[in-house]
Design a protein around this ligand. Sequence first.
Ligand SMILES: Cc1cc2nc3c(=O)[nH]c(=O)nc-3n(C[C@H](O)[C@H](O)[C@H](O)COP(=O)(O)OP(=O)(O)OC[C@H]3O[C@@H](n4cnc5c(N)ncnc54)[C@H](O)[C@@H]3O)c2cc1C
Length: 546
Amino acid sequence: MANRDFPKNVDAVVVGGGFAGVYALHKLREIGLTVRGFEAASDVGGTWYWNRYPGARCDVESLEYSFGFSDKIQQEWDWSHRFSFQPDIHSYIAHVADETGVRSLISFETRVLSQAYDAESQMWTVKTDKGEEITCRFCIMAAGNLSVPLFPDIPGLDEFEGEKYHSGRWPEEDVDFTGKRVAVFGTGATGIQIIPEVAKEAEHLYVMQRSPNFSLPAGNRRLTEKEVAEFKKDYPEHRKRARRHLFGVAGVPEPTRSVLELTEEETLETFEQLWAYGGSINFQMAFTDFMKDERANKRLADFVRSKIRQTVKDPETAEKLCPYDHPIGSKRICIDTGYYETFNRDNVTLVSLRENPVQRITPKGIVTEQGEIEVDALIFATGFDAITGALTHIDITGRDGLKLADKWKERPSAYLGFAVAGFPNMFVITGPGSPSVKSNMVLSIEQHVEFAADTIVHMQENDLGAIEPQVAAENEWVDYVSEVANKTLFVKADSWYTGANVPGKPRMFVPFVGGVNTYRLACEDVKQNGYRGFTTEARHKVRETS
Ligand SMILES: Cc1cc2nc3c(=O)[nH]c(=O)nc-3n(C[C@H](O)[C@H](O)[C@H](O)COP(=O)(O)OP(=O)(O)OC[C@H]3O[C@@H](n4cnc5c(N)ncnc54)[C@H](O)[C@@H]3O)c2cc1C
């Protein structure tokens, strides 16, 4: 799309065209702002544009993993499955973009390269890879938590002569693995979705596993007309309940008791019921102490390991698939459709990279300590430079020449996970230190977009030119986020939640795990107390609110 008709000066620029970007454009326009959106992809969708690999689907139920801001949209859209597949979710976001009319505000195939704040004019200058320069008062960073794909650093990768894919950059055209020898690197949430699908087509599939993960059956199925109608009848009420819920969902009650109150038989009976029902949130919300008490956690971990052993016929393979190095839940719990069963197929080989590390890639395949595996295609389901990566890849300069990438080298700090000291009028949707990836993200996105809109309205009503967090308030929040995490077992794993998957990234548990409900109250409290913890500036006169 040509960019020449777009204005060069707007009230707000929105970076990203996924769930967050689409809603931000709509909301800001609704409060009367002129807006422009930028999206590197050729369409809206974000995660659900890029991750079109076989088997891609959500793991929060679709009736909940969707927008609540428009009753019209939630009533007219029909989800076909309990956990929808990528094409459906992509179509849904496209539908919302069309319904709200925001598609025409977005420059597609356009990457924001830099943005710099000028304290004098209280304006940002945003530059793109198409050579455009736009000035705006507000920058809304909707660039995603999982949008910068990571490739493993294996010597020889560029020399490989076969096909290469990353799950987070899957091509738009169909990929056919029929008759091909394929290797999948990565057995996290994405690998676990891809592997059973590719195994059905490939002549042979090699699963290159560094760390085994816990996976639970998704129990995915078609939704009946009756259950959709029932849910829709009370949709606004469900959304309200979700906002008050620990994880941001309405359909799963919060836990009230410890698993340790149950006998072993009672525990087993409950776990079997949850296993049969499917999904991970039901498990995670079943008891109060899975993430607080190692004994409680072990009960669940032992149960899942026993299921792996029951499912996988070859005991040696089963054992390699059993995770022992982290508490269950401290890495994202995967949900699958036939993952463990896939290892009973004759055309699937599990290669444990702990016992048999990869030495290099050759033009024809992969050399491990035990020899060369010849393959026609490599699939990397190796994750993302998570949570902060999309923003540190943009050259963002705040007050006094401060670079965001430099500031976040030590620790990724943001007040309420939403605004960053030194970067006035920039709002980060689901930023570091907010519930983000530890919640139903669409709900968290809506809350942050509305927080940004409320903040801008507050500024307009009070004739403010700039707002940014106070350093002390930001530090206090980040300390609090760590304090909450340190009381849980979440910190006991090296995971992308802690930056451990990216060499050189600061190590800390980044998302806020105190609950969507608690977090929402903290934000409301700040707003109701005159934006406590923020510094505001009107006509270059600084005043502090405390
Ligand atoms: C496979 C997969 C499954 C998931 N399932 C769930 C789930 O079930 N439940 C859940 O809550 N969450 C899930 N997530 C998390 C998911 O990322 C969020 O739920 C949600 O889609 C994020 O939306 P977003 O708009 O914030 O970011 P994204 O969807 O990531 O969109 C950000 C967009 O910004 C663009 N962008 C980034 N930088 C720039 C730049 N410099 N210039 C221009 N454009 C830029 C990117 O191209 C991208 O399209 C899943 C993630 C993955 C990868």
